[in-house]
Ligand binder design. Structure first.
Ligand SMILES: Cc1cc2nc3c(=O)[nH]c(=O)nc-3n(C[C@H](O)[C@H](O)[C@H](O)COP(=O)(O)OP(=O)(O)OC[C@H]3O[C@@H](n4cnc5c(N)ncnc54)[C@H](O)[C@@H]3O)c2cc1C
Length: 348
């Protein structure tokens, strides 16, 4: 009998599988290829700062080192480059520049500010009063990660592509059974699709839809990620990503011209070159109200577990919290109190 059945193979399911593997646990992962996962659409950026108030991202000093260590090891496991270290350059007006200058006196923030500069000129990019350059930022190639990791699991007969139907699940005291195959435990890592999970109705999501554009731009190279109300980054030679939208009200998987127009307008604040639209994609971020991941087990069934709520920052959060989740599963170690699923349950 395998130790775990993992439902979902986005960032949550991949990092859980990776940690289980590292701890010598056996598993089968099941994922529905027909669902558009957030992981397949995300730009994969990591940014230690929140630009709106120029504050640190939550727990960044803890999660960032684990993120680098995890993806570095995964690069070796799947023989693919995953970590792309790129400074994020924020284009700023005079007021914003002054706010960044004040933040340079705060040691918690200044370690993530590489440089503040007036009158910076970047080829192909509009010139603003100044630029703030973020240190320890970049992106993780999530397509390469998914492709490489899933290939590895398939080779080991540890991944099947199909839709998980709750009618096929039976839960017993000592194990669970899915379509007649027994596992010691099951872990749900379904991203935004978890709103349909009947075993964890207490977890209240406030989902966030997002759009990303793929663009082609001739004779243009961009060694940074540029940000001004949206972002642009070079994914491969001549191919760029631009995003993203944040929509909390119209949650569906359709792409709309209004979101395309919105991103094109935002892009016009950054780019002063013509571009060609290659693709417009949309997906849904698994966000809950307090914007914290959700870890834990079913209130009654001790072999039914949950790892979700990676929200808008899955790249930085998944490696750290998948480690906490697996330490909890194997050794019973407590995880960070803010991510505990019990916060959604009525306390006696
Ligand atoms: C437009 C956009 C841009 C983003 N940009 C960034 C970014 O730059 N940086 C960052 O850190 N984060 C970003 N994110 C957020 C990031 O994508 C998420 O935090 C992360 O990918 C969530 O991973 P997940 O595994 O929880 O969910 P998902 O990636 O959605 O994966 C869910 C998995 O569950 C499976 N599944 C669900 N239900 C079933 C079922 N019944 N049967 C079988 N399989 C099932 C799906 O097939 C899939 O494999 C972005 C998200 C979006 C939408």
């Amino acid at each position: 009998m395998k130790d775990y059945l993992i439902v979902g193979q986005g960032l949550a399911g991949i990092t859980i599988a990776n940690e289980l593997m590292a701890n010598g646990k056996s598993f089968l992962a099941v994922a529905n290829k027909n669902l558009t996962s957030a992981t397949s659409v995300a730009a994969g950026m990591y940014n230690p700062l929140i630009f709106r108030r120029i504050t640190q991202s939550w727990m960044v000093d803890d999660v960032l080192p684990v993120m680098f260590e995890t993806f570095k090891k995964l690069e070796q496991t799947i023989h693919q480059p995953l970590i792309h270290r790129k400074a994020i350059i924020k284009l700023v007006n005079e007021d914003e520049y002054q706010r960044w200058q004040i933040k340079q006196n705060d040691p918690l923030i200044s370690k993530y500010i590489q440089e503040l500069q007036k009158g910076t000129k970047i080829n192909g990019i509009h010139e603003y009063y100044g630029t703030a350059t973020v240190a320890h930022s970049g992106y993780i190639d999530l397509n390469a990660l998914s492709q490489g990791f899933h290939q590895l699991l398939q080779q080991e007969n540890s991944l099947i592509y199909e839709s998980f139907d709750f009618n096929d699940l039976e839960i017993f005291d000592t194990h669970i059974s899915w379509k007649g195959t027994h596992f010691k435990n099951i872990i749900f890592c379904e991203g935004a699709f978890a709103i349909n999970n009947p075993l964890f109705p207490e977890v209240k999501y406030k989902l966030t839809k997002g759009d990303v554009l793929t663009l082609s731009i001739d004779n243009f190279k961009l060694e940074y990620i540029i940000n001004k109300m949206s972002f642009i980054l070079e994914k491969s030679e001549g191919e760029f990503l631009c995003g993203s939208t944040y929509n909390w009200s119209d949650i569906d998987f359709n792409t709309y011209p209004k979101d395309l127009d919105y991103l094109k307008e935002r892009l016009s604040y950054i780019l002063n070159k013509p571009f060609e639209l290659i693709q417009h994609k949309t997906a849904i971020r698994p966000t809950v109200n307090d914007r914290r991941p959700v870890l834990g087990s079913h209130a009654k069934y001790k072999n039914v577990h949950y790892f979700n709520g990676l929200g808008t920052k899955g790249v930085m959060l998944a490696p750290y919290f998948s480690k906490q989740m697996v330490n909890y599963l194997i050794e019973g170690k407590p995880f960070h109190p803010e991510v505990d699923i019990n916060r959604f349950r009525k306390q006696p």
